[in-house]
Ligand binder design. Sequence first.
Ligand code: ATP
Ligand code: MG
Ligand code: MG
Length: 379
Amino acid sequence: QPVVGILGGGQLARMLALAAAPLGVKSLVVDSSADACAGQVAPLVVADWTDYEALERFAARVDVVTFDFENVPAETAHWLAQKVSVFPAPRALAVAQDRLAEKTLFHECGLPTPAFKAIDTRAELDQALAMIGAPAILKTRRLGYDGKGQFRIKTLADADAAWAALGAQATAHGLILEAFVPFDRELSVIAVRGRDGDFRTWPLTQNWHTDGVLSLSLAPAPDIASLQARATGLARTLAEKLEYVGVFALELFVKDGQLLGNEMAPRVHNSGHWTIEGALTSQFENHVRAVLGLPLGDTSARGLSAMFNWIGELPDAAPVLEAVDAHWHDYGKEPRTGRKVGHATVCAANAQQLVERLAGIAHALHRDQQADPAVRELG
Ligand code: ATP
Ligand code: MG
Ligand code: MG
């Protein structure tokens, strides 16, 4: 029985392990915490990223290594890659870990981005603001997620506050200033590339964020006829340049019909959770297939899906459990402000049916404000 080693034991690892099991594939997870979420469904090695003795024993027990956590140190990934196959390869991981390298690659692939400038000092922040103007967003180049490590600069007078918030991280992680894009909407491409180069994308997903954290995804995104082929082509170019193996997400802004690249995630992605129930093959199953060199599954959508993230704490499950074609995911994590603790996906055959199902559930959960954007988008 093949064994997939997963670095990081969050909900992504849990969903990977759950998708691996029916394929006859076992999972072994590494996490520094003994109560990591994936430990509920797969054996867990408790070790940190520099515990090379434990990682040596882990490597000996697995056939291939992959990631739940995109910020595994590059040295750890390289070290493991000398002992066992690691997918995506450490080089692809390294590019995706650095917002500067990532945006530079987007340009090489013909994907424009918001204007940006790397920054190391306070003086460079002033220079970059003079170039880019306000509003802008100051971000750490490395280690940011869920909107952490970001400061929104509304006017030039916010420069001091931005530096006070993030300046201390300039030396260790580097900073980048980006123009704030008043985008029309946000989309993501979830894509998969196999070891043999076979490449597929799921239909584009539309996403809404609250305080920098994904709150709602709708897939397939409405009115994407003119964007799907271009987005798929860009994702394919990116994957081929990186010789990428596995699932990744490309986050895009749409402004006046143009696509701009925000970032890529070198792993299965929150905006692809709808594929578990809403697509013929889920992102998790296809990732397992890809890293093991198995044939990839069909990525078509079954109908329409909306996915709600539960942030901080879970609402009452009953309305979702009672609804037709609605699916509940409780990650079994301790409630904590800003933490992703679960999600629910509601599926339907067409837009009208989805609007009806969302309306019913949103009311029961007192979540009308979350359901609204999807309902508006579906007309
Ligand atoms: P993730 O959890 O997706 O990894 P992250 O912390 O890496 O998030 P980003 O994706 O860079 O952060 O930003 C989070 C959200 O903030 C984006 O999805 C978008 O809604 C908004 N945002 C980020 N950069 C910009 C920008 N330049 N202009 C407008 N909005 C932006
Ligand atoms: Mg990110
Ligand atoms: Mg993002």
